[in-house]
Design a protein around this ligand. Sequence first.
Ligand SMILES: [Zn+2]
Length: 76
Amino acid sequence: MATCPRCKGHLTDGHRCPSRTGRLAIEIVAAALAGGIAAWLLLALFDPRGQATDMDVVTFVIGACVGVGINRALRA
Ligand SMILES: [Zn+2]
C-alpha cells in the first residue's frame, strides 16, 4: 500500500493527514516518557538499594530531556 508523503500513514481513499501539532505533541510526550523511564531504570540499576531516591525526579526529568533531544535530532 502506498504511504502518504506527508504523514507516512497508509494512503487509503479519503486519507486525511493527522494534525501535525497533535502528532508532534504525542511524539514529544512519548520520547520524554521513554527517556525518563530509561534514565530511571539506569539509576535503579546503579543504585539497587534505592539510596538515591531523592534523585528519582531529577533523573526522570534529565532522561526526558535527553529523550526529547534525541527524538528531535533524529527527526530534524
Ligand atoms: Zn497523510
